[in-house]
Design a protein around this ligand. Structure first.
Ligand SMILES: [Zn+2]
Length: 179
């Protein structure tokens, strides 16, 4: 690992073309530096997929192979596979930096995306919804806050206060409509 950043022997600036042939495991996935798969529990070299490094976003170390890798999700403690196909998509289609890898399992990643999108919707709509008389919009935001509360322990106090205000507004409008 300490050799990774060693200067190249030839003169001129360090470039990938001057790095010795198998420096990052070009010939075989098994000779890729192990720290490329940091915190990984298991690597399945049999299903390794050759990468197109010209499509990768990297500074010094390209990834010549994508390897089915097993990780433990820090959120739910379940084991999951970050597959070679997913790695290829991340590095070659989505343009993610080659060092990025899936930290959480797919279910937790899905939850996290949903939570972020709810939070975004809350932040975008809360001011206008508090001012409006649209009871459905108020109910929608109240539900969003309840969902956020169930997945996030320390929401800002302001959000809890707004939840109470929404509850009172909904009760008032509903009772007015009933009476
Ligand atoms: Zn998980």
């Amino acid at each position: 690992m300490e050799n990774l950043l060693a200067p190249s022997r030839s003169s001129g600036p360090l470039s990938v073309s001057r790095i010795p042939m198998d420096y990052f495991g070009e010939s075989s996935s098994t000779s890729m530096p192990r720290h490329f798969f940091w915190e990984c529990l298991h690597l399945d070299h049999d299903s390794a997929v050759r990468a197109d490094v010209s499509r990768q976003n990297y500074s010094v170390c390209p990834r010549h192979w994508y390897i089915d890798a097993t990780f433990k999700c820090p959120r739910c403690s379940k084991e999951f596979q970050f597959t070679a196909a997913e790695q290829k998509q991340w590095c070659e289609e989505l343009g993610f930096y080659v060092d990025s890898y899936a930290k959480n399992c797919p279910a937790c990643r899905h939850d996290e995306r949903k939570r972020k999108s709810l939070r975004h919707e809350y932040d975008r709509d809360i001011e206008t919804t508090l001012q409006s008389t649209d009871v459905d919009a108020k109910k929608r935001l109240a539900t969003i806050i309840d969902d956020l509360c169930s997945s996030e322990a320390d929401l800002p106090l302001k959000i809890h206060e707004n939840r109470k205000i929404l509850g009172r507004q909904i009760a008032r409008i509903t009772s007015k409509n009933d009476g």
